[in-house]
Design a protein around this ligand. Structure first.
Ligand SMILES: NC(=O)c1ccc[n+]([C@@H]2O[C@H](COP(=O)([O-])OP(=O)(O)OC[C@H]3O[C@@H](n4cnc5c(N)ncnc54)[C@H](O)[C@@H]3O)[C@@H](O)[C@H]2O)c1
Ligand SMILES: O=C(O)C(=O)C[C@@H](O)[C@H](O)[C@H](O)COP(=O)(O)O
Ligand SMILES: [Zn+2]
Length: 358
């Protein structure tokens, strides 16, 4: 299936079994013959898929090099980007050359950021290989890296020229990371696709993987086309992320992976929404149950005030006001501005009331 993303610089998302081996022919019409392509990938994925991707791009007439970094979120930082710049410089990359990111969201975000900034912007193509990257990270042009002060704090909007998603690559994805991808799938169900949420509750999505990937990309397409630079409605894609990103920061970007952190963040956002009278009662419990059914954690393990404090640099904050993404009900979202201190107070009162009711 091909999903067209009609942003200022439009592009296609190709979701197709076997697409990896057809990457060269898919990319060929987009770039001049003889251009250079650098595959930016990491130590788990490149050994499995690097050779096939290189062969396909070479057969299409491109000169192919690669940059491979140590896998993991902890490498999603500026020092790794610096090493990508070095590699691009050594190979004499010019503005007619391009990067091909191969891997999960880490390779995509960081390789995309290198592309956004090297020579003030060169093109890139995403070849996502994790569920999380196929359903979410490879689409929409958010690129960037983490800082010790917070998640994705340095970045740029830079849309890829093409996304090549091959669901067959998920056959080698470790179960734990597959589960992580489900965290973002659950998010799509929560924010705008109640039917998808129902499928998740009934345990139906794993047998319909290709359909699920396309369904999530279709949701993201709507939001990215409407609000490419994340100033308005696109912010709902951050449901669960305010608290999730805070938890990733508190755990040093190592102990808690993105999908799981977002899962806990969605439960927290559900509870906050209920305590503010915005979210239909029982919604947080539904999110909690669905996460638990896929073996995901649901408790933060931190005091609520500490988590709120760690949201200080959230990109949806304006001064002391934090734009929280809350649900009205499953499948329906609102952007709700709150004062941080009020949030802590209101949450404490609701928790106390809940404790007394028990
Ligand atoms: N830009 C966006 O819109 C966006 C959206 C969501 C998440 N993200 C970012 O994405 C990152 C998380 O992505 P992720 O979960 O893919 O993490 P990841 O890139 O670290 O990949 C997860 C793990 O799976 C391994 N892996 C990936 N594909 C594999 C395959 N096919 N076979 C074997 N191993 C494979 C990786 O080596 C890694 O160990 C976070 O940094 C998050 O902030 C970005
Ligand atoms: O594409 C978006 O918009 C998203 O918010 C998708 C999120 O799943 C993703 O984790 C994104 O990287 C969050 O970006 P941030 O800029 O809010 O850190
Ligand atoms: Zn996310």
């Amino acid at each position: 299936m091909v999903i067209h993303i009609a942003t200022d610089k439009p592009y296609d998302v190709l979701v197709e079994n076997g697409a990896l081996d057809r990457a060269g022919e898919a990319v060929k019409p987009l770039f001049k013959s003889g251009s250079q392509a650098m595959i930016v990938s990491e130590t788990n994925v490149f050994p499995i898929y690097g050779e096939r991707l290189t062969a396909s791009l070479t057969a299409a007439g491109f000169r192919v090099s690669h940059f491979v970094f140590e896998a993991g979120e902890q490498q999603k930082q500026l020092s790794t980007v610096m090493r990508i710049y070095e590699a691009l410089s050594e190979h004499g990359f010019t503005r007619s050359d391009f990067i091909v990111t191969l891997g999960g969201g880490v390779a995509g975000d960081m390789g995309g950021f290198a592309a956004a900034t090297f020579l003030r912007g060169i093109d890139f193509v995403q070849v996502p290989t994790s569920l999380l990257a196929q359903v979410d990270a490879s689409v929409g042009g958010k690129t960037g890296v983490d800082l010790p002060f917070g998640k994705n704090l340095v970045g740029a909007f830079h849309q890829p020229r093409l996304v090549i998603s091959d669901p067959q690559t998920l056959s080698t994805l470790p179960d734990d990371f597959f589960t992580d991808g489900l965290g973002e799938v659950i998010k799509y169900g929560c924010i705008m696709d109640a039917e998808l949420f129902g499928q998740l509750e009934r345990g139906e999505v794993i047998d319909r993987l290709e359909e699920t990937i396309c369904r999530c990309v279709q949701c993201k397409k709507i939001l990215v086309e409407e609000d490419t630079t994340d100033k308005g409605h696109r912010m709902i894609l951050n449901f669960g992320h305010t608290f999730g990103h805070a938890l990733e920061k508190l755990t040093g970007f190592s102990a808690l992976s993105h999908g799981r952190a977002v899962g806990i963040g969605m439960v927290m956002a559900g509870e906050v929404g209920e305590s503010l009278g915005i979210t239909e009662m029982g919604t947080a419990a539904r999110i909690r149950r669905v996460l638990e059914s896929y073996g995901m954690p649901v408790e933060a393990g931190y005091d609520f005030a500490e988590v709120v404090e760690a949201t200080a640099l959230d990109k949806k904050s304006f001064g002391k006001t934090l734009n929280l993404i809350l649900l009205k009900t499953i499948g329906e979202c609102v952007i709700h501005p709150v004062d941080r201190s009020y949030l802590v107070l209101r949450y404490k009162i609701a928790a106390e009331q809940k404790r007394r009711r028990k």
